[in-house]
Design a protein around this ligand. Structure first.
Ligand SMILES: Cc1cc2nc3c(=O)[nH]c(=O)nc-3n(C[C@H](O)[C@H](O)[C@H](O)COP(=O)(O)OP(=O)(O)OC[C@H]3O[C@@H](n4cnc5c(N)ncnc54)[C@H](O)[C@@H]3O)c2cc1C
Length: 388
């Protein structure tokens, strides 16, 4: 029986690459695969993409199995900030410029639909994952020009979003800062959400196997590292970085590393909100214990490209992030630090389709960086539709 660690027994993990999420719940473990199996569809990867896809397919009455090499949510999902926001890393103004207003609007509608989907599922399945609707504030990176925010405002309005200009920003020290307020954004505890999805998959007849690494995709199914087979008509590879297609996809993605710190702040001293800047910083709050909330702050993205300084140490990157946070928020001790690599699709959209370069029966969902949780949720809806 799965139980959550209480907030009080969660151990702080300063200096260790453990996320708050992973530290605040028990690992989401299921049985290992111990014999060959036949299903309609097998989904590889128990992050938010794979779990959502398996959830949607199980709802449709498909015979589905979900397998993960580790535990559920152990990958990127369990290390994210779990901001559920509609603004892509690359901004609506850039999307509009590159792809036109229609695509920018489709992007906004899709991410809004994904947040609505998560909210609906948490209600339907009574998943207690601290899902919360709140306003999000986009402000300028220190060296960016205000014109960037103006352009973003018009593009976001064109995309149909509920956004407005503000001359004050709640929570931040320099409260007179000009910013854009996006209504109806959200946040959650990603691992509690995945646990709820998994329970619903099982109650709809789906099978889940953890510590079951997939070694090979073969005609009509897959083979695990232990030589067992899952026979399936369709295979969905939701391993984030596609485990099957080693070159074609990876050449279309830029990998980089990003960092998160978690600092204690006096309980209720900051408003419930999300904050992010026109650079790569993201900030959110969560309830920690009776005395403190936890302020999570992410950024210091680093891709090792030629023009980047590769001699900066990890500790220096965490320190820069902490300095950035302290300039803007009143925070106490930093008690969490973690980092993780991400892959950014070069065309700025997650690829969600069958993997025609390899096999029409295989579907891949490589995810997306800043909005990966909503992109993966969109993947769940689309792939389940394609396979129905
Ligand atoms: C630091 C950080 C902050 C982020 N913040 C946000 C945010 O605030 N909002 C947002 O929307 N997105 C955010 N993202 C992005 C988001 O977390 C990811 O895009 C999303 O979680 C990807 O989900 P996924 O299911 O594709 O991948 P993952 O969660 O990585 O899941 C893939 C799974 O596949 C399994 N797997 C891999 N290989 C095999 C194999 N051979 N056999 C079996 N299983 C295998 C892994 O064990 C893993 O569990 C953030 C990412 C990072 C790193």
């Amino acid at each position: 029986m799965f139980t959550y660690l209480s907030e009080r027994t969660a151990r702080p993990a300063t200096g260790i690459n453990t996320s708050y999420w992973g530290n605040s719940v028990w690992p989401i473990k299921y049985d290992n695969l111990e014999e060959d199996l036949s299903v309609d569809i097998v989904v590889i990867g128990g992050g938010i993409a794979g779990s959502t896809i398996a959830y949607c397919l199980a709802q449709e009455g498909k015979k589905v199995a979900l397998v993960d090499s580790g535990y559920i949510g152990n990958g990127e999902t369990g290390r994210s900030m779990a901001h559920l926001i509609v603004t892509p890393d690359d901004s609506y103004s850039r999307l509009e410029r590159t792809y036109g207003k229609g695509y920018a609007r489709l992007t906004a509608d899709s991410h809004m639909a994904a947040i609505d989907f998560i909210e609906r599922v948490t209600r339907k399945e009574t998943i207690e994952c601290d899902f919360e609707r709140l306003n999000g504030y986009l402000f300028l990176q220190a060296d960016h020009q205000p014109a960037i925010l103006k352009r973003e405002l018009y593009a976001a309005l064109n995309a149909g979003l509920e956004v407005k200009e503000m001359n004050t920003m709640p929570g931040i020290k320099q409260s007179e800062e000009y910013c854009l307020m996006f209504a109806n954004q959200a946040q959650m505890h990603p691992l509690k959400y995945l646990k709820g999805l998994c329970e619903a998959i099982q109650s709809n007849g789906g099978r889940i196997f953890t510590e079951t690494p997939v070694d090979e995709i073969v005609p009509g199914g897959l083979v695990t590292n232990f030589g067992l087979r899952i026979h399936a008509e369709r295979i969905v590879i939701a391993t984030n970085s596609p485990a099957n297609n080693k070159y074609m996809r990876h050449l279309k993605q830029l990998s980089y590393r990003t960092y998160i710190i978690g600092a204690k702040v006096k309980k209720d001293s900051l408003p419930r909100a999300l904050w992010w800047d026109t650079g790569n910083h993201h900030v959110r709050l969560l309830k920690y214990d009776r005395e403190f909330d936890l302020l999570l702050c992410g950024g210091e993205d680093y891709s090792g490209r030629i023009n980047e300084n590769i001699s900066i140490s990890e500790e220096q990157r965490y320190q820069s992030l902490e300095n950035w946070m302290r300039e803007r928020f009143n925070a106490e001790d930093v008690i969490y630090k973690w980092r993780r690599c991400l892959s950014k699709p070069l065309d700025r959209f997650a690829y969600i389709h069958n993997n025609a370069e390899v096999d029409d029966h295989v579907y891949i969902v490589p995810g997306d960086p800043g909005n990966g949780l909503t992109h993966s949720t969109i993947a769940g809806i689309i792939v389940a539709d394609l396979l129905s």
